[in-house]
Design a protein around this ligand. Structure first.
Ligand code: GLU
Length: 412
């Protein structure tokens, strides 16, 4: 099954549970708008390279589309469609006044200089400018895009529109309308959800051993937050290497080494493994925080964790879901667990529109409230409807809200 097929499969489970008719299913399964662009970027050596980019708006029935921009060699229209669908569900799970969007460029940023990356970012914005705005579709960072890239993009967009429109994109630097707390928001939100679930499942977070796959913004911050809150981070991995240390990883040291050398390979302690070996390590909570479809039928049976907190988008295939359920592993699904990022993006957008900025405490308190409420809603729905898993419960709640909005607007 393709990744887009997986997103559709999850949505179809909810459609079945909610007993929705075929026309409604069609309106939910197909994105409302998809844009494919081709654009040129001048390289440092004077040559020109042509790139493919995408922006998909899965729905805008509850407000503008919202979702990140991914720069990655695997980006294609099908992946962006799947990610946009997940964004619709994610926004609806939290109750944000948004639909789902996603964008991307097929590129390996590791091959680009800083100047080339800037020209690529600006070129992409020029190519999609007609399609996006603070009222239509609001991009943000995703894999291999960051605050600096958002800054170039908002600058390019403002130049095109001849006015500062900071609300057009979120995840910006603080100096140009970013929100405090946005950087660590995905990880922080994931922590709140995991803590709530641990209370319900009788798992002690203080005693829990954590393994984190992925050491970018999300995984790196997750390791930091869980360690600071008293859990023991026993394993971390980036795309090149994994480290296991039953005594606990020195997360700050790992950050220093990653910042200096770009990899975790020089981390001096513990035992080194291939990145994918992390999934089978001895731990209580496993946090996939890298790419989609990393937990599959081939490795799910090896998982030792009791709880999986999905901070990546779509890390678990449906086959792996089944195997893990049979093993009694609880999965906190991406559409809830990693929604902290888009939630603080929403706060950023509100602050941009008000021109009034909140403190770190205000952001954190509001984030905690929304994440906690979303978890409680899903838990309650799961219990009341005898749902086999959190994922189905989350999809069902979110889909029901989207359908209500579609009905109200006469779309179905
Ligand atoms: N890219 C992030 C996600 O997948 C954040 C999106 C946003 O902030 O709009 O949830």
């Amino acid at each position: 099954m393709s990744f887009n097929g997986t997103a559709a499969y999850q949505l179809k489970r909810a459609i079945k549970l909610l007993n929705l008719n075929d026309e409604t299913a069609k309106a939910l399964l197909e994105p409302r708008r998809s844009l494919e662009v081709t654009f040129s970027v001048r390289m440092d050596d004077g040559s020109v390279r042509v790139f493919k980019g995408y922006r998909v708006q899965h729905t805008d029935v509850m407000g503008p589309a919202k979702g990140g921009i991914r720069f990655h060699p695997n980006v294609d229209l099908s992946e962006v469609k799947a990610l946009a669908t997940l964004m619709s569900i994610k926004c609806s799970v939290i109750g944000l006044p948004y639909g789902g969007g996603k964008g991307g460029v097929t590129v390996n940023t590791k091959e680009l200089s800083e100047g080339e990356l800037e020209r690529l970012s600006r070129g992409y914005v020029r190519a999609i400018a007609q399609f996006v705005s603070s009222d239509k579709d609001i991009p943000a960072p995703d894999m291999y895009t960051n605050a600096q890239i958002m800054a170039w993009m908002v600058d390019e967009f403002s130049t095109l529109k001849q006015c500062n429109d900071f609300g057009f994109i979120t995840g910006k630097p603080l100096s140009i309308g970013g929100s405090v707390g946005r950087n660590a928001a995905t990880a922080r939100g994931g922590f709140f959800v995991t803590r709530a679930a641990c209370e319900k499942e009788g798992i002690s977070l203080q005693k829990a051993r954590i393994a984190v796959h992925g050491f970018g913004n999300v995984g790196g911050n997750a390791a930091r937050i869980f360690a600071a809150e008293g859990s023991k981070v026993v394993a971390i991995a980036d795309s090149k290497t994994a480290i296991y240390d039953a005594q606990g990883i020195d997360v700050e040291l790992a950050h220093e080494i990653k910042a200096k050398t770009g990899t975790l390979e020089d981390y001096p302690k513990g035992q080194k493994m291939a990145p994918e070996e992390l999934f089978q390590c001895d731990c209580d909570i496993l946090i996939p925080a890298s790419l989609e479809e990393v937990l599959t039928k081939d490795n799910a049976h090896l998982v030792k964790a009791k709880l999986i907190a999905e901070l990546a988008n779509g890390p678990t295939t449906p086959e792996a879901d089944k195997i893990l359920a049979e093993k009694g592993v609880t999965i906190l699904p991406d559409i809830l667990t990693n929604a902290g990022g888009v939630t603080v993006s929403y706060f950023e957008w509100i602050q941009n529109r008000m021109g009034y900025y909140w403190t770190a405490e205000e952001v954190e308190e509001k984030l905690e409230k929304l994440m906690y409420k979303a978890y409680e809603d899903i838990y309650k729905f799961k219990q009341e409807n005898n749902c086999p898993d959190y994922r189905l419960a989350a999809f069902a709640i979110a889909t029901e809200r989207i359908v209500q909005a579609m009905r109200a607007r006469g779309w179905i």
